[in-house]
Ligand binder design. Structure first.
Ligand code: PMP
Length: 394
């Protein structure tokens, strides 16, 4: 039976990791995979998480099933983290999911059950896994313009114009903060305009929030989502703890529904859980239980927030340093946008050939679309890196 299969196309980022590992050059730089790294290139377990895991190990006396929604304390804490303390819990339901990817798929399955011919509008560009996850659930996808490579800014007028042609009931996927792969984000006024548009046209906002706390801060990063929630009758959210709790491999995320009222929220939740049952039944417990402990314990939470803030500020510092170095080396403001972008990524605006030259000639690794992971920038080697980038420009 398997002889009929062709190999699946290789994942470009995973292929890049292999190339990086095999590169013997000591000064090689990894700006590829989207994982936070500290100054030593490590992705440590966060302090509060480690403490919560210790407590879990000591206190947990059963591993019996938790049920389809997973850890309900975790779900409530995640809703509050995203929607804020004023979240209207009568209209919101949430289910724990295996990572942000699992949450995206779970929400997509719910949307498919609600409206089988739905179209999901995705930013151009977007996280490369968005289209397969949406299509995997049977949804159609379309693009809306988002990024202007020349200026590094959001093509906001074009985005609004495209979404203005969407039909009532279409779904608009928005990155809650820290857009991946571009690092270019909507400002408050733009979120307000998008909110007006989705209300006017009867579109369903679908917010993917995978980097809360990496941009402007925990609350500021959710401001767009919260504005939407205060104005729209219905919306859906997929959130991930992979980055902001650094629990990548534990697979921790949450799928959330805001419905028009409590009764509709219950029905939608029952359909979402039925979809989970058909895919993987119940989510893995460990990571979510540890995250719940951190969020519910004042001391652990304060420590987590402090460490997250250190990570955020480090990425901001690196952005400014890299933009400064590029300004010095290129004698131009071409790369200034790096300092105003937020989150873990920016796109430098290089061609694939230039990206390849950086890898071959300098051992600098980035994704083919010139997306860099800001956390991988070398604090002590900014000018050398900037020089390398400038040397491959036309
Ligand atoms: N959405 C976006 C935009 C992402 O960048 C990611 C992580 N790369 C995710 C969702 C989901 O990540 P995970 O499944 O690892 O939680």
């Amino acid at each position: 039976m398997f002889e009929t299969l062709q190999p699946a196309p290789a994942d470009k980022i995973i292929a890049l990791i292999g190339l990086y590992r095999a590169d013997p050059r000591p000064g090689k730089i990894d700006l590829g995979v989207g994982v936070y790294k500290d100054r030593d290139g490590k992705t440590p377990v966060m302090r509060a998480l480690r403490e919560a895991e210790k407590r879990l190990l000591q206190g947990q006396d059963t591993k019996t099933y938790l049920g389809l929604p997973g850890d309900t304390g975790f779900n409530t804490a995640m809703v509050k983290l995203a929607f804020g303390p004023a979240a209207d819990m009568t209209r919101i339901r949430a289910a724990q999911a295996p990572g942000g990817s699992g949450a995206l798929r779970l929400v997509a399955e719910l949307l498919k059950r609600t409206r089988s011919d739905a179209t999901v509008w995705l930013s151009d560009p977007t996280w490369p896994n968005h289209p397969p996850v949406m299509r995997g659930a049977g949804l159609k996808v379309r693009d809306y313009p988002y990024f202007d490579a020349a200026s590094g800014a959001v093509r906001f007028d074009d985005m609004l114009a495209a979404l203005g042609t969407a039909e009532a009931g279409d779904i608009v996927l928005l990155h809650g903060c820290c857009h991946n792969p571009t690092g270019a984000n909507l400002d408050a006024a733009q979120w307000a305009k998008v909110t007006d548009l989705v209300v006017e046209r009867g579109l369903l906002p679908f917010v993917d929030i995978a980097y809360q706390g990496f941009g402007e801060g925990l609350d500021a990063d959710a401001a767009g989502l919260r504005l939407l929630a205060s104005k729209v009758p219905e919306m859906v959210v997929a959130s991930s703890c992979s980055k902001n709790f650094a629990v990548y491999r534990d697979r921790v995320g949450a799928a959330m529904i805001l419905a028009r009222n409590s009764a509709e929220a219950d029905v939608a939740m029952s359909q979402m859980l039925a979809a989970a049952r058909a895919m993987y039944s119940m989510p893995p417990d460990h990571g979510a239980a540890a995250v719940r402990m951190v969020l519910e314990d004042d001391g652990l939470r304060a420590d987590w927030e402090a460490e997250l803030e250190e990570m955020r500020l480090r990425m901001l510092r690196l952005r400014v340093q890299f933009a400064d170095a590029l300004r010095r080396q290129s004698n131009s403001d071409r790369f200034d946008f790096i300092a105003s972008h937020r989150g873990m990524f920016s796109r430098l605006g290089l061609t694939e050939a230039q990206v390849e030259r950086l890898r071959a000639e300098y051992g600098v690794y980035m994704v083919g679309d010139s997306r860099i992971n800001v956390a991988g920038l070398p604090e002590d080697g900014m000018d050398d890196l900037a020089k390398a980038v400038v040397s491959v420009l036309d």
